[in-house]
Design a protein around this ligand. Structure first.
Ligand code: EPZ
Length: 416
């Protein structure tokens, strides 16, 4: 199993070009099933993207990749099933469901399992699809979905602004008959990116002032060429990496507006943050200050995906920080691994109390999930001595060229 060996203590300094957003390109790859042909630029090289492309290939699409450009050519054959092996490669494969049903009138997928963040129910996905006329039968861990005739537009009220459920509803509704309104949808930038992609392909989607999404179904979508938005979570992670080493970093090709909830937390930690049109500069001299309260919330609140890298920074703060994880049931698995490096973190349900220590020490640790792994890398960059970080396949799901990027900033990191 590959691992990272990191010798901590080097002050990071330099420039990072942020890649395309994983959580935008995955639903957009599902959306390509509804197009005649799609060309996606700024597509990150990630194992989750490879998994999504494998699903598209299995469904009969032609898939090509040239550097960070991916081309998808959906063929005529209407394969409508994702086998368990491919479903298990990536938890968020469920986002293909709406697109497959819209394209084929039926779909068969195995129930996505839980993951490291706790049970990942899809009840809101299924509720939305049933509102649009889908009949869903669960048999032995598989979902058999079918619609008689065409999907029908409907009004959908999401009790929780689920990102994936919003995406599935949009994908099923954009070629449905009639109008669909999604109330209380997720409002993450990745939702807007999906709407922009679909509209570029000929859909009729409007995100209303109050957040509701209005969709007038169209007969079919055409061909589209599109640039994926930058990854705000990758950007936040590199800001934490620079900060924890008392260093500085200039991020380029970012959308600062997507990171508005992150900057105040870094500034409370003592960082200087300067925002440009498509750049963010961060510098931290010395030890970070504690952050009184970090509460993860649906966008535009503080993003749950940035909780663990920021917590790594708080582990070496000059005081105590409090975190409340409101989105996922179990998103503190990285705490016990950080504790092996000397971190002092007390957990009570959704609350984590982080008592800063002067210095972490290198240790052998293992990644428990994607962002938890990013937290361990962040911590190791500042820890005294060498850290060995195992199970890095978690991290490679969401960070392209991590070791090259950190090495270019001066980090002593090798993949072994
Ligand atoms: C997306 O996951 C992202 N993944 C996650 O990023 C991100 O953390 C999450 O949104 C929240 O922003 C992708 O976009 C591929 P949700 P998703 O549906 O769609 C509950 C990362 O690290 N829920 O908004 O699964 C669910 O259990 C990943 O890049 C239901 O109860 O998130 C969770 O507690 C991790 N029923 C909460 O809602 C449902 O039907 C948020 O889930 C769906 C969700």
């Amino acid at each position: 199993m590959a691992r990272y060996l990191i010798e901590g203590g080097t002050r990071l300094s330099g420039e990072v070009r942020v890649h395309g957003a994983k959580n935008s390109v995955l639903p957009i790859l599902a959306a390509t099933l509804l197009t005649k042909e799609s060309i996606l630029h700024n597509c990150p090289k990630l194992t989750d993207v490879d998994a999504a492309c494998n699903i598209l290939t299995y469904l009969g699409c032609g898939v090509t990749r040239e550097a960070e450009t991916v081309g998808i050519l959906p063929q005529s054959q209407d394969c409508c099933e994702i086998p368990d092996s491919l479903m298990r490669e990536m938890r968020s494969s469920v986002v293909f469901l709406g697109a497959i049903i819209a394209r084929c009138g039926e779909a068969r997928i195995s129930l996505p399992g839980g993951c490291e963040l706790g049970p990942r129910p899809i009840d809101l996905h299924l509720m939305a699809l049933e509102k649009l006329g889908v009949e869903i039968v669960e048999t032995h861990g598989n979902l058999e979905c079918r619609v008689n005739g065409r999907l029908k537009g409907a009004t959908i009220l999401l009790p929780f602004p689920s990102v994936g459920a919003t995406e599935n509803a949009m994908l099923a509704a954009c070629t449905a008959e009639g109008r669909t309104v999604i109330h209380n949808p997720a409002r993450e930038p990745e939702i807007e990116d999906l709407a922009n992609f679909l509209n570029r392909a000929g859909a009729d989607i409007v995100i209303g002032e109050k957040g509701s999404i209005y969709i007038n179904g169209v007969e079919q979508l055409g061909s589209v060429e599109y640039d994926i938005i930058p990854d705000r979570i990758e950007a936040a992670t590199y800001l934490c990496c620079a900060a924890i080493t008392g260093g500085e970093v200039l991020l380029t090709q970012v959308v600062p507006a997507h990171m508005e909830a992150i900057f105040p937390m870094l500034e409370e930690a003592g960082c200087v943050v300067k925002v440009g049109e498509d750049t963010v500069y961060l510098k931290l001299n010395g030890r970070p200050s504690p952050i009184k309260l970090v509460r993860t919330m649906p966008y535009p609140g503080f993003p749950t995906d940035a909780q663990s890298p920021l917590m790594a920074l708080s582990c070496v703060a000059s005081g105590t920080s409090v975190y409340v994880e409101n989105i996922f049931e179990s998103r503190y698995k990285h705490a016990s691994e950080l504790a092996r490096m000397g971190a002092k973190i007390s957990l009570e349900g959704r609350v984590a109390v982080v008592e800063g220590v002067a210095r972490l020490h290198g240790a052998p640790v293992v990644c428990t999930d994607l962002r938890g792994g990013a937290a361990l890398v962040t911590a190791a960059l500042a820890a005294e001595g060498q850290s060995e970080i195992g199970h890095i396949s978690h991290v490679e799901r969401g960070y392209q060229d991590l070791e090259q990027t950190l090495s270019a900033l001066g980090a002593k990191i090798v993949k072994a």
